[in-house]
Design a protein around this ligand. Structure first.
Ligand code: NAD
Length: 266
């Protein structure tokens, strides 16, 4: 395998990206592979999207076609369930020999339709918390147990954690909790040499947001972003990879805002 991107401390590392089949997770996975990491991705469904990420990783990293055991891999699993997480880590152990260096906890959901509190029933609340928070707890716990010194954990939060998001309080609460989780684990895992950080994206052009960003609302959203545009997935993938690299060796417990300056205008 050869690398096409020079970032210290990623060549030969073993990385797992959840939600790696598309969007932000795909961008992070491809960048990690470009920097020489061997990457596994997890996704909920849509195997064709996962195949596309694998193809992009193979192209970016020129993985050896002679030794498929050293190539990237993809596992379908519902990470909101304990059985899904067990299945994912069984695959990871088979592929990586029970080791993990970099964990990117990115999988998550958002509801396009606003749900003001009076319409936010317990089932919707639970679905969001299980998909966005319980999944992060289960996967981070499994990931950390396989990490040695210089392990890197990077979770994906959101601007909604700082600003709140009217009509999406369950989403905002799930992403706010990720920030508290990060700060707690940074202290717990620091003595083992493991760093724990998060990125907090603002609006990003992905399948998750396409209903909103392809409509009339886009212009108003972009007016509120000092840099004048919505992010593309690579805008978030780059900071994820920075936090996963040797360049961020002494950064832990941080929330890196990646939003074009939009929280400054909130
Ligand atoms: P996306 O919908 O394009 O991709 C989501 C990924 O997560 C997919 O691979 C999907 O399979 C996976 N996933 C979702 N639920 C899962 C589950 N239960 N089990 C396993 N996999 C699951 O979304 P995206 O825009 O790339 O978002 C990625 C992350 O970034 C999410 O956590 C999201 O909340 C966060 N985020 C996105 C934006 C944005 O504007 N797009 C802004 C802030 C934060």
């Amino acid at each position: 395998m050869s690398r096409t991107l020079e970032i210290p401390g990623l060549d030969g590392r073993l990385a797992l990206v959840t939600g790696g089949s598309r969007g932000i997770g795909r961008a992070a996975a491809v960048l990690l592979a470009s920097a020489g990491a061997r990457v596994g991705i997890a996704y909920r469904c849509a195997a064709d999207e996962a195949e596309e990420t694998l193809a992009q990783m193979r192209q970016a990293a020129a993985y050896s076609s002679h030794d498929p055991r050293r190539g990237p891999w993809a596992q379908a699993a519902d990470l909101a369930t304990e059985s899904g997480v067990v299945a994912l880590f069984a695959r990871l152990d088979a592929e990586f020999g029970g080791r993990l260096d970099v964990f990117v906890g990115n999988a998550g959901i958002w509801n396009v339709l606003p749900r003001p509190l009076e319409q936010l029933d317990l089932d919707r609340w639970r679905q969001m918390i299980e998909a966005n928070l319980t999944s992060v707890y289960l996967t981070t716990r499994a990931a950390a147990s396989r990490m040695g010194e210089s392990g890197r954990i990077v979770l994906v939060s959101s601007t909604a954690a700082q600003r709140g998001e009217a009509g999406h309080s369950h989403y905002a609460a799930s992403k706010g909790a990720i920030q508290s989780f990060v700060k707690s684990l940074a202290v717990e895992l620091g003595p083992r040499g493991i760093t724990v950080n998060a990125v907090a994206p603002g609006w990003v052009d992905t399948d998750m947001t396409s209903d909103i960003l392809s409509g009339e609302g886009r212009e108003a959203i972009e007016r509120e972003i000092p840099l004048g545009r919505v992010a593309i997935p690579r805008d978030i993938g780059g900071p994820v990879v920075f936090l996963a690299s040797e360049l961020a060796a002494h950064v832990t417990g941080e929330i890196l805002n990646v939003n074009g300056g939009s929280v400054l205008c909130g």
